[in-house]
Design a protein around this ligand. Sequence first.
Ligand SMILES: Nc1ncnc2c1ncn2[C@@H]1O[C@H](COP(=O)(O)OP(=O)(O)OP(=O)(O)O)[C@@H](O)[C@H]1O
Length: 240
Amino acid sequence: MSGGEVLLRAEGVGKRFGGFVALQGIDLELRAGERLGLIGPNGSGKSTFVNCLSGDFAAHDGRVTLAGQPLAGLKPHRRARLGLARTFQLPQPFASLSVLENVRVPLLFGGEAAAATPRALECLEEVELAGKAARLPRELTQVEQRRLELARAIALRPRLLIADEAMAGLSHAEVDQILALLLRLNAAGTAVIMIEHIMRAVTEFSERLLVFVAGRKIAEGAPRAVLALPEVEDAYLGRQ
Ligand SMILES: Nc1ncnc2c1ncn2[C@@H]1O[C@H](COP(=O)(O)OP(=O)(O)OP(=O)(O)O)[C@@H](O)[C@H]1O
């Protein structure tokens, strides 16, 4: 479900770690409600880019705006309040808090303390975890932990959700569950950037694919067309 206006604009984003250039010259325009897939071999800079968007890393170069507002210098929780949410490759719940309390946390810090419990319960319903609200995260299965991570990310009703490998290690059926959940969120208006190594999932989900290799964007466009490009094939076969 994509609207017309640009929601996120990144221009010339770059990031170095010491002398190592992890990311260079990344431009992206994402429309409201769009479903974008970000792919590339291991170490190509996908998570680094997402970290620069979410504010977990400070970019060295470039400019990022969300709905026209510059994000430079804003910490992740400020970006979350503006509507930019992300999940982490490795779910990061608070181990000693219940599933419900974990979803209440972003609401308490996001200025929605008054309605934190009903909204947290609504999110758990959305990800089909309401029955486990009183459990501890470690009592959840792997796919349930992924769903909890998504519930925490959607608590503040983001305009953009970035899902960083939300399906890694899951079975075929579990991948389908997460895909269905992300499609539901998107149908309700949330733009989604999906970083994913599971090609079936990312091509099925995305309206547009971006391909990173060695910190640069090498291709962008409709999934099937992009995957058919020789330079993309080369990148995956390690010929680049
Ligand atoms: N905090 C860091 N310090 C130093 N180097 C880093 C750091 N984070 C990432 N890198 C390096 O930056 C490069 C890009 O890493 P990044 O995690 O963004 O890749 P990725 O495309 O997300 O990979 P994967 O698919 O394996 O998750 C890699 O060479 C990585 O080793």
